[in-house]
Design a protein around this ligand. Structure first.
Ligand code: KG4
Ligand code: ZN
Length: 345
């Protein structure tokens, strides 16, 4: 690109790291032209969790259709795309392989650059999409099914970890508590829903702060406290069928209040500790309505600029992938076609 050239950069992004097949087109890392997400919730519901083989097969069946829809909705043809970006880590290996291979194939066939994207970095970037102002430097907070992590981000490609969970991720705790409450899969959104009818002060579940000043998290004790509360410390009750709908809502609201209090206060604490006045928040749990309200109130009190991903861009999607890829494109961090997926990092 020539100096002073104002050509816009169109990036096609692909995400398939777990159980959502998604493709999106984003311009200049900010403007989402299209974002198509095919959920596999129905396929995994009866197993109450994601079955890797089913996930990769469903990605394979959907990927071409979803990419086609993303281009159609963006009103673009393949030759108008400047680069192809796909997630190559972390995630389920079979799932990652489908999206990343599709990305590699498209990049090769179109003769366009390929960008390999880290799913976790992309989640943090999800908050920036559509945001009109400066977003960096910031503290980034990623709260998903696999991560509960705080980072210092001087720019979109540089994330330095300053705290993370020692055991379960917050989303995992939501999903496990939903399971204990015998709620349908996926659990997190169900807890959010029934908690709206419940009293968050009904049960005083423990808050785990760890050492003073610690920016790490732990949710396994809370999960066990909910289990004992419902089934008895001797686990003598076989399930949650003895509870009324109101009692379930109260437990969900009280559990949610315990998780959210720790999440919000640690995020505020990270901003204070590193004297940062800007907080980026993304990941599936950031879609939680109670978390969003509490975070918004507390950051306002603390005069911290909150950049919170839109609910649809909290859970897995390809817009965050195409958005982050713009910055890799600008700094020419292209991937080789021989690059492979890495299931865990
Ligand atoms: O970011 P994500 O789609 O995938 C990962 O990278 O993990 O996050 C999925 C997690 C699941 O644990 C899901 O239950 C949780 O986010 N989640 C929610 C809500 N929506 C999704 N948790 C609480 N409330 C929600 N509304
Ligand atoms: Zn994710």
């Amino acid at each position: 690109m020539m100096k002073g050239d104002t050509k816009r950069v169109y990036i096609l992004g692909i995400e398939s790291s777990c159980d959502e097949t998604s493709a999106a087109v984003v311009v200049d890392g900010r403007e989402v032209l299209s974002c198509v997400v095919a959920s596999q919730d129905e396929l995994h519901a009866k197993f109450k969790g994601v079955v890797p083989e089913i996930a990769s097969r469903a990605h394979l069946e959907k990927i071409n259709i979803i990419v086609g829809q993303a281009l159609e909705q963006a009103k673009l043809s393949f030759d108008q795309i400047d680069a192809v970006a796909a997630v190559n880590t972390p995630g389920l290996v079979g799932s990652l392989l489908i999206g990343f291979t599709a990305g590699k194939t498209l990049a090769w066939a179109l003769g366009k650059p390929l960008l390999a994207i880290h799913h976790v970095q992309a989640h943090a970037y999800g908050a920036v999409l559509g945001y009109p102002g400066d977003a960096f430097p910031a503290i980034a907070f990623l709260v998903s099914g696999g991560h509960t992590s705080l980072y210092i981000c001087n720019n979109p490609l540089q994330m330095q970890s300053i705290g993370s969970t020692q055991d379960d991720a917050a989303g995992e705790a939501f999903d496990k508590v939903a399971c204990i409450l015998d709620l349908p899969f996926p659990g997190g959104p169900m807890i959010d829903k029934i908690a709206r009818e419940g009293n968050p002060q009904a049960v005083r579940f423990p808050r785990t702060w760890l050492a003073k000043e610690s920016l790490d998290f732990s949710f396994s004790g809370l999960k066990t406290a909910v289990l004992y509360h419902i089934r008895g410390t001797d686990l003598s009750r076989p399930d949650s069928s003895h509870l009324s709908a109101q009692e379930k809502s109260n437990i969900a609201a009280s559990f949610q209040a315990a998780v959210v209090e720790v999440l919000v206060e640690k995020a505020i604490h990270a901003c204070r500790q590193f004297e940062m006045k800007r907080l980026l928040v993304g990941g599936g749990v950031a879609a939680n309505s109670y978390f969003r309200r509490q975070l918004s109130d507390r950051t306002q009190q603390e005069k911290i600029e909150l950049i919170l991903a839109k609910p649809k861009l909290c859970t897995d999607n390809a817009a965050m992938v195409a958005g982050l890829a713009y910055h890799k494109f600008q700094s020419r961090q292209f991937a080789n076609l021989s690059e492979n997926v890495i299931s865990t990092t």
